[in-house]
Design a protein around this ligand. Structure first.
Ligand SMILES: C[S@@+](CC[C@H](N)C(=O)[O-])C[C@H]1O[C@@H](n2cnc3c(N)ncnc32)[C@H](O)[C@@H]1O
Length: 212
């Protein structure tokens, strides 16, 4: 079955527009860190409201950003006009992206939790990246112990419905490695204090290359 081009979700769009207009300095710093050192032509997957756009370094010559949700895309398109580098926002899922020219870099932030088939998407991203190019990722990931249990419960109930198909218990970094990427730098951390019962606290931030 062909992948849909649009994934409209008005409730999630309203929630995300609110959340992304109230981002903390901590989150903005992680976004900046995820993009540091990128250069050339970059694909951004599921750009949301364009929260990353202001942080692209000037060594990036072009950003092609896909965003399948129409309300989010409208906000992202306005953000693109203010970005320090040229950004084009396309109405498409990443699966339906019609692109044959490989990219120097690919950026995923808070999105591999939301795509329907993360392994398939990662295989596609591998193919879309030039050999030697980098996948940058800032993603919340599966935790162990009690938080892992909370994540499984959240994923089986309300969380994906409220947050645009977000699944909190994905072992995203393992999937990145299994796809054939070589992880070059990676660190784990927590966005919230250990006692806070938040399923999306643990994150992975890293750079993985497609072997040359
Ligand atoms: C939680 S938001 C994160 C947005 C943005 N990446 C950020 O860092 O703020 C998840 C985004 O993924 C997008 N998305 C979901 N499935 C997608 C797909 N198959 N292809 C591209 N984007 C997708 C949603 O529309 C949404 O904008």
């Amino acid at each position: 079955m062909a992948s849909p081009v649009s994934l409209d979700n008005p409730l999630f769009a309203r929630i995300w527009i609110f959340m992304s207009s109230h981002e903390t300095d901590w989150l903005r710093d992680r976004r900046r860190e995820n993009l540091e050192g990128l250069s050339g032509r970059v694909l951004e997957v599921g750009a949301g409201t364009g929260s990353n756009f202001g942080f692209y370094p000037e060594t990036v010559t072009e950003v092609v950003a896909v965003e399948p949700e129409s309300q989010l895309r409208e906000v992202a398109t306005a953000a693109a006009a203010e970005a320090p580098v040229p950004v084009t926002v396309l109405a498409s899922t990443v699966e339906a992206l019609d692109e044959t020219q490989p990219f120097d870099g690919i950026v995923c932030s808070l999105v591999l939790c939301s795509v329907e088939q993360p392994e398939e998407v990662l295989r596609q991203l591998f193919a879309l990246l030039k050999p030697g190019g980098q996948l940058r990722y800032f993603e919340h990931v599966a935790s162990r112990g009690a938080r892992g249990g909370l994540q499984r419960l959240a994923d089986a109930t309300i969380w994906p419905k409220l947050f645009g198909n977000c699944h909190t218990h994905r072992d995203t970094e393992q999937m990145i490695t299994d796809t054939g990427f070589t992880v070059q730098t990676s660190r784990r951390g927590y966005q919230f204090p250990a006692w806070a019962p938040v399923p999306v606290s643990e994150f992975a931030l890293g750079a993985a290359s497609r072997p040359a």
